[in-house]
Design a protein around this ligand. Structure first.
Ligand SMILES: Cc1ncc(C[n+]2csc(CCOP(=O)(O)OP(=O)(O)O)c2C)c(N)n1
Ligand SMILES: [Mg+2]
Length: 398
């Protein structure tokens, strides 16, 4: 936590000196939520976050020099200097970004969890996002598939009370964000996100349920960013007193005090932690400064552009003529083939009659997921035995 705090203070300074470009969103004050979460993850687990994720990468073990180099736009950065602050990424440590689109990471988290399931891996995906992101359409789509497919994914809402300058009460109809996915069958709980141990315990349980029971859950962690939304925020939406009140709950100070009082650390050791953080951050700035900018002739690498006539293609990796699926207008056979394949895959409509929950009650209520299928099947079979056709069943229900 101390290292992340020092890193971000320095990142803010380097941004003011125009060493770091683009946008800069600092999570100063939110360290307990970040570190508490990462501390109970296994190496093989995936973590995915938003655009406020310098600390998340560092907590996963990414070298701070590589994160600072990314802010500086240098070749030794985590994305070769091309992503900047909002797009930190470290595949080796399974830190999957870093996204500028609010809520954009949510469906990707479900994709990661699906890949683990598909490959028979034991990994859990931990998806962290803000209170504001819970209002995006992606939220509902993500929760639906996570619950429906019983994926090994765990959601953590970093509720810092604001989405930019809009408070939760003004941006969300349901202000208890832990309840926001209940309708999809994803239960939630709330914890003090300023207490690193509380976060650790809450996340450990959520990860356990995801890993062992394939049961996605949400944890809402209350936290606070001491700085503005981004480096350019006049902060007219909140009172100084509110910031000061949360500063009194500083997660680093509180944890240091707790360790000293419990006799786990001495004052001197706490000081050593801070000094070590300071040294690591100084080294990170030096390394970033020494790292070269990307070569000019690499300007078009990994860059995709859209051409109005021929669709998407990569400048450097593909030949400029249209490829399969890019220019249907001039490739009618390919388009038809794809449409026919899709239709064949969808198969025939299921004509079996279904129970009507409004009349028969919810067959799945209070029943474990494995058993629920059987109950549903039985209800269907009973109807089928009575000689009901699908049409007659629905006619009667209407
Ligand atoms: C889809 C989309 N809409 C709007 C924005 C602009 N925007 C950037 S950050 C932000 C607030 C998000 O708040 P929250 O999810 O609570 O995260 P926090 O910044 O508090 O960590 C908004 C609206 C965006 N980047 N993407
Ligand atoms: Mg927020």
């Amino acid at each position: 936590m101390a290292l992340i705090r020092r890193f971000e203070e320095e990142a803010g300074r380097q941004y003011q000196r125009a060493k770091a470009g683009g946008f800069l969103h600092l999570a100063i004050g939110e360290e307990a939520t970040i570190v508490g979460t990462a501390s109970v993850m296994r190496d093989e687990d995936y973590l995915i976050g938003t655009y406020r994720t310098h600390g998340h990468a560092i907590a996963r073990g990414t070298d701070p020099s590589r994160v600072m180099s990314e802010l500086f736009g240098r070749v030794d950065g985590t994305s070769g200097g091309r992503g900047g602050s909002m797009h930190i990424f470290d595949r080796e440590r399974r830190f999957m970004g870093g996204y500028g689109i609010v809520g954009g990471n949510l469906p990707i988290a479900v994709g990661l969890a699906l890949s683990s399931e598909y490959k028979g891996e034991d990994a859990v995906t931990v998806c962290m996002f803000g209170d504001g992101a819970s209002n995006t359409g992606n939220f509902g789509e993500t929760m639906n598939l996570a619950a429906l497919w019983q994926l090994p994914v765990f959601f953590l809402v970093e509720n810092n009370l604001y989405g930019m300058g809009t408070s939760v009460e003004r941006h969300s109809a349901q202000t208890d964000l832990s309840k926001k996915a209940e309708g999809y069958g994803i239960p939630g709980t709330r914890i003090d996100g300023m207490d690193v141990i509380a976060v650790r315990e809450g996340v450990a349980e959520g990860i356990r349920q995801a890993r062992e029971e394939r049961r996605p859950t949400i944890l809402e962690a209350f936290t606070y960013r001491y700085r503005g939304h981004s480096a350019a925020d006049p902060e007219v939406y909140r009172e100084r007193e509110e910031v000061e009140e949360w500063q009194r709950k500083d997660p680093i100070e509180a944890f240091a005090r707790r360790c000293v009082e419990a006799g786990v650390l001495g004052e001197r050791e706490v000081q050593q932690v801070r000094e070590s953080a300071d040294e690591q951050v100084k080294a990170a700035v030096e390394a970033a400064d020494a790292s070269p900018e990307p070569a000019l002739d690499s300007l078009y690498e990994n860059l995709y552009v859209v051409d109005e006539r021929s669709g998407w293609y990569a400048v450097d990796e593909r030949s400029p003529e249209p490829h399969r699926g890019e220019d249907e207008e001039h490739m009618p056979d390919a388009a038809r083939e794809l449409a026919e394949a899709g239709a064949a895959y969808a198969g025939q409509p299921d004509e079996r009659p279904r129970p009507n929950p409004a009349v028969d009650g919810d067959a799945q209520e209070g029943v474990e997921p494995e058993v629920a299928g059987e109950v549903g099947e039985r209800a269907i079979n009973e109807d089928a035995e009575a000689g009901d056709s699908a049409e007659r069943f629905w006619e009667r229900e209407r």
